[in-house]
Design a protein around this ligand. Structure first.
Ligand code: CAA
Length: 260
């Protein structure tokens, strides 16, 4: 597919989705959200890709939020649809079986923070800035921020950020568990690609089932969650990767996984 507002690149078994509206600090209008969802679906369906990285074009901004100029004159009905489009795109990324990593290279505000949060985890450059500034614009977050932020950093810290519209730097984001690691700006993509390659070197069915178990389990009670884990654990024993992984270990060699 061809895209106007994003770039979708492939490097080995890694796909890199770059939000590419640098003049608006990569802000998200409806077309961009639709393209993000289409690109994520393309990645999920591509047998040659194992891991998705999401980042923003340029070195100033990951995504500075939903596009305020686009939203300014929306009606309530249009606003609801815009929110639903953003939610659907981000929920697809969160629920897709292939893992995703946000490489946060600057402002991740509002919809940008929400995009980073729908990824499995976040690595930040030193200049990354996070926040949900929506209440300062007279709106609530609309692409999942009120739900994912409390789940990631806990309700007290999330509510402080949601109610104050405060923007935090990368060290504070690390301290509260919003990001896993901070690196120099020039090292961001290499660091994230290295992590992606490490993920891609493992048995991919097992990686994807780990994601499904973690996501599904987080939404249910512990007994049902353990059943989900047990079912997926059991299913792994029907794969060639399980045979290869365990045989390779016992033969003291590196496994060659095929994702089958
Ligand atoms: N929407 C539309 N345009 C945006 C934008 C946004 N979210 N963020 C930045 N831009 C545009 C600016 O309007 C400006 O355009 P012009 O050059 O045409 O004037 C350009 O990007 C550069 O921005 P600034 O001049 O403001 O750059 P700065 O370095 O002085 O400030 C910033 C950077 C702190 C990120 C500031 O741009 C800012 O506060 N942006 C808005 C952040 C925000 O409130 N995001 C939340 C949006 S609401 C939301 O996301 C709702 C939701 O949950 C669905």
């Amino acid at each position: 597919m061809t895209y106007q507002n994003i770039l979708l690149e492939k490097e080995g078994r890694i796909a890199i989705l770059i939000i590419n509206r640098p003049k608006a600090l990569n802000a998200l209008n409806q077309d961009t959200l639709l393209e993000i969802k289409a690109a994520a679906m393309e990645v999920e369906a591509d047998p040659e890709v194992d891991v998705l990285i999401i980042t923003g074009a340029g070195d100033k901004s990951f995504v500075a939020g939903a596009d305020i100029a686009y939203m300014q004159n929306l009606t309530a009905v249009e606003g609801r649809i815009f929110g639903a489009v953003g939610q659907a795109a981000f929920r697809f990324i969160e629920a897709m079986e292939k893992p995703s990593i946000a490489a946060v290279n600057g402002f991740a505000l509002g919809g940008g923070c929400e995009l980073a949060m729908c990824c499995d985890f976040r690595i930040a450059s030193v200049n990354a800035r996070f926040g949900q500034p929506e209440v300062g614009l007279g709106i609530t977050p609309g692409f999942g921020g009120t739900q994912r932020l409390p789940r990631i950093v806990g309700p007290g810290m999330a509510k402080q950020l949601l109610y104050t519209a405060e923007v935090i730097d990368a060290s504070e984001a690390l301290r509260i568990g919003l990001v896993n690691k901070i690196v120099a700006s020039e090292d961001l993509m290499d660091t994230v690609k290295k992590i992606a390659r490490k993920i891609a070197s493992n048995g991919q069915i097992a990686v994807r089932y780990s994601k499904v178990a973690a996501n599904e389990g987080a939404q249910t009670d512990i007994d049902r969650a353990m059943t989900i884990e047990a079912d997926l654990f059991g299913l792994c024993f029907s794969t060639n990767d399980q045979k290869e992984g365990m045989t390779a270990f016992l033969e003291k060699r590196k496994p060659t996984f095929t994702g089958k």
